[in-house]
Design a protein around this ligand. Structure first.
Ligand SMILES: NC(=O)c1ccc[n+]([C@@H]2O[C@H](COP(=O)([O-])OP(=O)(O)OC[C@H]3O[C@@H](n4cnc5c(N)ncnc54)[C@H](OP(=O)(O)O)[C@@H]3O)[C@@H](O)[C@H]2O)c1
Length: 367
């Protein structure tokens, strides 16, 4: 027994030391260092980050232009849009992000995901796209003049009526709204749907997509954005500064929450008996384990009630991008663009998004 006790104590100590080492490694910020030596081959302009930190660490540099593999498409990027995801990768927070992006400093200096542009060239095995096609999609490293994307992945034709800016605004935010409402939320016509955070990137698309499914939509936003959210089709508006919707009498079949301003218990009060809450985002994420609390609580709670609490992690899929393009082409979906900035002001744009009060999307033009 004593031996087993010693082994267990030793194991416990090992785990503790391992965890401590992981914590130290995760929160260590390596210095930015000097700019990279001149790149080889054909060059392009890109926004890069050689360390974790605020938007001020971003640099515009000349880097090697990517070459498409045989199943890839090379896109000349004309516009990109900014998302909270970008500043999470820029800062390397919550620290769990660094398990993928690199300890100390990013292993991939490129940033950005959402883009729209023109196909420059295609790999040998690509048949769906040809040079000159106007496309939009998502891929890491989009904050650059060129990006390569697998033809079978998150890339589709741009709606012909839409500008590059309007298409670049779509990918992450609109796919999240679509998958949140349709897949996690199981939205149906006639349902009462509430979008908490209705004036943001995800929220402005969610209001319109919920309307396209025939729902009765309530948008929660501030008074300054009430007219905007109404213009997107919301049937009712609640000003979050003056009214706590979880204290009102109205019950909802589906709540899409992009800001996490209420506890799950508060949401339960205003959910129908078989209602669903889709948890998309949290404006106040901590750096360590707090990002996991709400999803874990949601999954546990859902085991014990008919009401369902569903955390969602959107995945950029080609068919969903195409569905959004169709909605846009049918004039059932538009991009709300807060501002369009020149490439050199991309860091300021990210700081603005990080402040949490963008109206719809921030787009950056790529020269
Ligand atoms: N799970 C996923 O796959 C996924 C995908 C995309 C995004 N996200 C997350 O979802 C969240 C929203 O993303 P986003 O792109 O929509 O962000 P965003 O565009 O930056 O959202 C900003 C909007 O939130 C509104 N807002 C701030 N506080 C509010 C409150 N208390 N009540 C209601 N609205 C409030 C702001 O309106 P005012 O200026 O009027 O306050 C502003 O219009 C982020 O946390 C993001 O990380 C998750």
């Amino acid at each position: 027994m004593r031996v087993i006790g010693r082994i267990l104590a030793g194991l416990g100590l090992l785990i503790l030391v391992g965890l401590l080492a992981l914590v130290i490694a995760l929160r260590r910020d390596a210095p930015c260092g000097a700019a990279a030596p001149p790149a080889d081959g054909a060059l392009m302009t890109a926004v890069v980050h050689r360390c974790y930190g605020p938007p001020g660490v971003l640099r515009i540099e000349q880097v090697t232009r990517p070459v498409p593999a045989e199943d890839e498409v090379l896109v000349r990027v004309h516009a990109v849009s900014l998302n909270p995801l970008d500043f999470h990768y820029l800062r390397g927070t919550p620290y769990v992000v660094r398990l993928e992006s690199g300890f100390g400093k990013p292993t991939d200096v490129r940033l950005g995901v959402d883009f729209a542009g023109t196909v420059e060239s295609v790999g040998r095995r690509v048949t769906q796209f040809k040079p000159g096609d106007e496309v939009f999609g998502g891929h890491t490293g989009a904050f650059a003049q060129y990006v390569t994307v697998k033809a079978a992945r998150a890339l589709t034709l741009k709606p012909s009526d839409a500008s590059f800016a309007e298409a670049a605004a779509l990918p992450i935010a609109a796919v999240t709204a679509l998958q949140g409402l349709r897949d996690a939320g199981r939205i149906r016509a006639g349902q009462r749907v509430l979008v908490n955070g209705a004036s943001g990137g995800v929220g402005t698309y969610a209001v319109q997509i919920a309307k396209s499914y025939g729902a009765e939509v309530t948008g929660v936003c501030s008074a300054r954005n009430a007219a905007l959210v109404s213009s997107l089709g919301a049937d009712h508006i609640i000003d979050y500064a003056t009214t706590d919707f979880t204290r009102e009498a109205t019950r909802y079949d589906l709540i899409l929450d992009t800001v996490s301003t209420h506890s799950l218990a508060e949401y339960r009060r205003v959910l129908t008996p078989a209602g669903r809450v889709v948890i998309v985002g949290n404006a106040h994420l901590g750096n360590w384990l707090s990002p996991f609390w709400t999803p874990v609580k949601a999954l546990v709670l859902s085991k014990f009630t008919r009401q369902q609490f569903v955390p969602v992690l959107a995945e950029l899929r080609k068919d969903d991008l195409a569905e959004l393009a169709n909605l846009m082409q049918a004039h059932q979906l538009k991009s709300v663009i807060d501002r369009t900035l020149p490439f050199a002001e991309l860091p300021q744009g990210l700081a603005y998004v990080e402040a949490g009060h963008a109206r719809g999307k921030v787009v950056v033009e790529v020269p």
